[in-house]
Design a protein around this ligand. Structure first.
Ligand code: NAD
Length: 255
């Protein structure tokens, strides 16, 4: 296999010359912001019971669920800031090279970094939705000191607006992600095991529709030997700035 340096050069060239560059992110892109993934030895499920995010359990035990949800997603996620990988992706959009991001993440960090075209496959933790009247509220507007939080409009139970186990993918994000994958010619996967269904099918759709696949992950994933064309083994916060330097050097030497 060529050295990492040669693969970085190749990936930078592919991204710079792409007609339609799309990025797909998983929990790994936010690890360097201090948010652990769910799975693996340092994953959140080593500390917490995933049943708190089971839809049926949540409705029967809202207080129990909300105590854990508040700790993970508001006391903890709420303090995270975009890292070098998020910022590089925002820069790519600003340069006009990146068409959109499809993310499995619910941490709002791509928005905070400055990206504007983001398909959130699993929703967003920074919005709360009423389980009765469907009204949405920014998380910052709801007092989480008293649990479970109630709708300011009708008084019913509020739920974070990301999908729980047993819940359907938001239709808009599902269709827009499929379409984006179909029309991409270069598709970059960052920090995803490829284990979570049906999100893991989106890169496969891109590959089957003719896209070249670049993958950034310190560990090989389910994608690496199945669909990846250029594998960049390393942390997103280190690889993305290296790629950006190569893309920018190349653009400036062309001017
Ligand atoms: P995952 O938890 O299954 O896997 C994370 C992947 O990231 C692994 O392949 C790991 O090798 C890789 N990784 C670890 N450190 C990295 C780094 N510094 N740079 C790049 N990659 C790195 O993640 P998943 O496949 O995205 O699935 C988990 C699901 O859990 C997602 O669907 C998501 O909704 C949810 N989740 C979201 C967040 C978040 O919003 N930040 C955090 C945890 C889980």
């Amino acid at each position: 296999m060529p050295t990492l340096e040669r693969r970085l050069l190749k990936a930078a060239h592919m991204m710079r010359t792409a007609g339609n560059l799309t990025v797909f992110t998983g929990a790994g892109v936010s690890v360097e912001s201090g948010i652990p993934p769910f799975r693996g030895s340092s994953g959140l499920w080593q500390k917490y019971d995933p049943q708190v995010l089971d839809l049926g359990y949540f409705h029967h035990n809202p207080l129990d669920s909300w105590r854990v949800i508040r700790e993970i997603f508001y006391d903890f996620f709420g303090k995270a800031k975009p890292n070098a990988a998020h910022l590089a992706l925002a820069k790519l959009e600003e340069m006009g090279l990146l068409r959109c991001i499809i993310t499995q993440n619910i941490d709002n960090l791509h928005q905070e970094a400055g990206n504007t075209i983001i398909h959130e496959f699993h929703g967003n933790s920074q919005v709360l939705r009423c389980t009765q009247c469907e009204q949405h509220f920014p998380a910052g507007e709801i007092d989480l000191a008293v649990l479970p939080p109630k709708c300011l409009h009708c008084g019913a139970l509020l739920k974070p607006d990301f999908i729980f186990f047993g819940e359907a993918i938001p239709m808009d994000a599902f269709h827009l992600s499929q379409e984006a994958a179909r029309i991409a010619d270069v598709f970059v996967i960052i920090g995803s095991t490829g284990e979570v269904m049906p999100a893991n099918q989106i890169p496969v759709i891109a590959k089957q529709s003719g896209a070249k696949i670049i993958e950034i992950n310190p560990e090989p994933s389910h994608y690496t030997h199945a669909i990846t064309d250029v594998y960049l083994g390393g942390k997103a916060g280190e690889i993305m700035p290296r790629l950006m330097r190569k893309i920018e050097n190349n653009l400036s030497s062309k001017n």
